[in-house]
Design a protein around this ligand. Sequence first.
Ligand code: NAD
Ligand code: DAU
Length: 346
Amino acid sequence: MTSPSQHLLVTGGAGFIGSNFIRFVMEQRPGLQITNLDALTYAGNPANLADIESDERYQFVHADVRDRDAVSDVLRNCDAVVHFAAESHVDRSIHDSGPFLSTNVIGTQVLLDACRDAGNINRFVQVGTDEVYGSLPLDCPDLAFTESTPVQPNSPYASSKAAADLLALSYHHTFDMPVMVTRCSNNFGPYQYPEKVIPLFVTNLLDGRKVPLYGDGLNVRDWLHVTDHCEAVLAVLESGRPGQVYNIGGNNEQSNRELTHMILELMGCGRDMIEQVADRPGHDRRYAIDARRIRDELGWSPSRSQWPDALEETIQWYRENEDWWRPLKANAFNATMLTSKSGGDS
Ligand code: NAD
Ligand code: DAU
């Protein structure tokens, strides 16, 4: 298929999803140039793209999305933007919301202004999250978020992402910018920072350590393989309707307890490796995505997220890539330590 873009700017491309997206797009669209603008926060890791760093079609720019001059400079050569750069970990946002407001809201505003003023950006994808819709009750299994579900974010992270989405849509409405917003469920796969539940649990078990399960473990998430997400974002970039929101989901709801039991089983560990710990404050109970719009309009549906195979393959990746995750564990956010330090263990 012909891409509407010749030179794509990806922000946050040194993180988990951004790096998987760049690798996926370089395989799928060999004619495309990609510039990756990333501030290399704790979550940004050049090692995520070590295999393509010398590819002529790829360029890395070490800069912050809040730096207007740097962003405008990079945009001169680009014609489309996929905006992943964000602070992304909910527990960190509960500990300190400052960086979330600054990067996720102000960073998005700076980027949108720079794109509007550049005048050469014909596609802009704001990568968002299902967390903006808030929480569903456990006793209504038929309920799912649609694109017209009102946003009702509950964590500082989700609130900052909701603000960014709304800002991006307002630039479509006000300045006629070709903005599309995606809202995706929980991703899993290679290169995920080992503070998110799946890589945290897998790497703990590889080290013979217990896994900290929050609260009663009944909270439900809808798990999607990162490559399915990348394919959906590419479809929206190329064929999405400006001004539109697209939900993306795996149709793969699991309670955290079910997820934990499956990881333990796949890794040959017993349930005695579970450590029941204090719940996350304000912990959303259930997310569920109705992804009919992207399926019906753009023909996308997940094809790589089937459990337990996809989970087993992911576990295997962490088994084989200790050199990648071991140095990162030291900086991984540890919510358990935080609650026991502050004495809040209820
Ligand atoms: P991540 O934390 O792994 O990576 C974020 C990247 O953004 C890092 O490379 C970091 O260095 C970069 N970054 C942070 N602040 C920056 C700044 N000020 N300027 C430039 N770069 C900056 O995140 P992820 O899990 O890959 O998520 C990527 C995007 O997808 C985020 O917008 C997130 O909200 C969204 N999302 C994530 C999930 C998920 O399950 N992980 C699901 C839905 C949506
Ligand atoms: O839904 C999409 C969102 O998914 C993205 O927007 C976020 O960027 C991404 O981090 C993710 O948010 P979650 O909060 O759902 O992911 P996390 O991996 O932190 O937690 C998943 C579930 O596991 C959640 O219900 C909390 C629970 N959990 C998490 C950790 C880190 C535990 O029980 N123990 C833990 O140690």
